[in-house]
Design a protein around this ligand. Structure first.
Ligand SMILES: [Zn+2]
Length: 435
C-alpha cells in the first residue's frame, strides 16, 4: 500500500514520496523513506494527508537498523524539525497509530497482563542493548554480529528462528536481569498494573547459568520494590521437555514459591510432545497447590488431547482457538477464563483475521476472557494495542473496555489481598476518568 503523504523540506520530493509505503495498514503503521543526502539540518518534514483516524505519530532514525536518535512522538500538524548532521544514509521511520483518543485511553486504562512469555516479550530496543553489551564484552560471535535486529513485523520471516538469536543474547544471569527489568518497565509504561510473566527455566553450560540461577535472576528483578506495577511469575513446562525436566521445573517453582511464583504453564511448539507424557509433573504441581494454565487447542491437530487437558481441571486456558462442542460445553460450563492474544494468533496464522477471531464468541456468550500479548517483542504489539484492536474490531466502547479490564482482576493468580488492592486502583481510576 503506497501512501503519498511525506514532504521533506520545501524541495520537490516526489521520488521519496513514491517510495514511501505503509507497511502495516491494520494498526501501527510504518512509513519508511531514505534520509536524503542533500537535506540540510534546518529542514522540516511535513506529513500531508494523514488520515483523520491516525493520531499519534512518532519518528525514529535508524542507521543499519540501529536508532541514531530515540523515537520521538509528535501530534498534529506533524511537523518534524530534523536533528543536526549525522552520517548518511539514514532511514527515517514514521510510526503512526490510529485514533489518538482511543489509543490514549487504552494506554491510560489500568490493565492486567496474564499471558506474556519473557523471551517473546523482549523489545527490539532491548535486543540492541544486549547486542551492544555482548560487543563490549567481546562475546559477539559472527552469526550474531551478522544478525539484524528486526525493526518491524514484515522483516521477520520465521518467529521460531528469531528465538535462536534471542537465546544467544540472554545466555547469562545479567542479561536475564536486564531483559526482565526492561520488560516490566515497558509493560508499566503501557499502563499495566498487574503482570504475570512466564518462562521455561533455561541453562547454559558455557556461561555457567543453571536453571536455578536463571530463575533466581528473573525473580530478583520481579521482586524489586516498585509501586507502579505488581509482578508475579508462572513457570512454564515446554511440550518438548522430558518428564524429568518437567519435574525439575516443578521442583524449582516449589523452591522459589515464596518469591512470588504462582503457577505452572504448559507451552511450546504445539506440534511437538504431549500433555499425557508430562502429566505426572502437572499432577504434582496441582497437589502442591500451584495454579495451572495450559496452552490449549491453538491448532486443529491439538484437539485430540483436549479431553485430557480439560479433565485435568486447569484454572485458565491460553488461546482455546479451536473448540468442538464437548470442549465448548466444558469451558463454558466450568467458567474457565481464556487468555486471548489476538495479534499473536493473526500473525502466526492460527486465526484468519481479527474479525473472525474466536474472542467474538466469548464476547457474545459473556464468557470470561483476558486480553493479553503473548510475545509483545516479536509481534510488535503491546497490551494497549490489543485493547485498541479489540475495540475497533468488535465496537467495544470505553465503558466496555474498562469492564473487561476490571473483570480480568478476578482471573489473576495472586491472593485476595492483591485482588482487592487492584480493584481499588481500578475504581479510583474509573471515578476520575468517567466523571
Ligand atoms: Zn503463549
Amino acid at each position: 500500500m503506497t501512501h503519498n503523504c511525506i514532504q521533506l523540506g520545501k524541495r520537490s520530493t516526489s521520488t521519496i514520496c513514491k517510495r514511501a509505503s505503509i507497511s502495516h495498514p491494520k494498526q501501527n503503521v510504518t512509513i519508511k523513506c531514505n534520509y536524503p543526502r542533500s537535506l540540510s539540518a534546518s529542514s522540516n518534514v511535513i506529513l500531508h494527508s494523514v488520515p483523520e483516524n491516525y493520531g499519534n505519530v512518532g519518528m525514529i532514525l535508524l542507521q543499519k537498523g540501529k536508532p541514531v536518535i530515540p523515537q520521538q512522538q509528535y501530534r498534529r500538524p506533524f511537523k518534524y524539525p530534523f536533528p543536526t548532521s549525522f552520517p548518511t544514509p539514514t532511514q527515517v521511520f514514521f510510526l503512526m497509530a490510529p485514533s489518538t483518543d482511543l489509543v490514549d485511553f487504552c494506554v491510560r486504562l489500568p490493565k492486567v497482563e496474564l499471558h506474556a512469555h519473557i523471551n517473546g516479550s523482549i523489545s527490539p530496543k532491548t535486543m540492541h542493548q544486549l547486542m551492544d553489551r555482548k560487543r563490549a564484552m567481546g562475546t559477539l560471535n559472527e552469526e550474531l554480529a551478522a544478525w539484524q535486529v528486526p525493526d518491524s513485523l514484515e522483516r521477520i520471516n520465521d518467529f521460531f528462528a528469531l528465538f535462536k538469536y534471542i537465546y544467544q543474547l540472554t545466555e547469562d544471569e545479567e542479561a536475564i536481569r536486564i531483559t526482565t527489568r526492561n520488560i516490566i518497565d515497558e509493560f508499566a509504561a503501557d499502563g499495566v498494573k498487574y503482570l504475570e510473566l512466564r518462562t521455561t527455566p533455561r541453562k547454559n553450560p558455557a556461561t555457567g547459568m543453571t536453571k536455578e540461577s536463571y530463575l533466581a535472576a528473573v525473580l530478583s528483578v520481579i521482586n524489586e520494590p516498585r509501586d507502579d506495577i505488581v509482578v508475579r511469575l508462572i513457570v512454564s513446562i515446554d511440550r518438548r521437555n522430558t518428564l524429568e525436566e518437567a519435574f525439575e521445573a516443578v521442583d524449582l517453582a516449589t523452591k522459589f514459591r515464596s518469591q512470588n511464583v504462582v503457577a505452572i504453564d504448559l507451552c511450546g511448539d504445539v506440534s511437538k510432545g504431549s500433555f499425557e507424557a508430562l502429566k505426572p509433573a502437572f499432577d504434582k504441581a496441582k497437589s502442591l497447590g500451584f495454579k495451572i494454565t495450559l496452552h490449549f487447542n491453538e491448532i486443529m491437530e491439538n484437539m485430540v488431547e483436549a479431553p485430557a487437558l480439560l479433565a485435568f481441571g486447569p484454572d485458565r486456558l491460553g488461546h482455546a482457538t479451536f473448540l468442538d462442542d464437548a470442549s465448548r460445553q466444558h469451558i463454558y460450563g466450568n467458567n474457565i477464563p481464556v487468555e486471548i492474544c489476538m495479534t499473536s494468533n493473526v500473525v502466526s496464522k492460527t486465526v484468519d483475521s481479527y474479525e473472525t477471531h474466536h474472542v467474538k464468541a466469548l464476547l457474545k456468550e459473556k464468557h470470561p476472557f483476558v486480553l493479553c500479548t503473548d510475545d509483545k517483542g516479536v509481534f510488535f504489539s503491546d497490551l494497549s494495542n490489543e485493547f485498541v484492536i479489540c475495540s475497533n474490531t468488535f465496537k467495544m466502547n470505553k465503558e466496555e473496555l474498562y469492564e473487561s479490564s476490571y473483570r480480568a482482576i478476578d482471573y489473576i493468580f495472586a491472593d485476595t489481598k492483591t485482588k482487592e488492592h487492584l480493584k481499588q486502583v481500578w475504581n479510583e481510576w474509573r471515578m476520575q476518568e468517567f466523571n
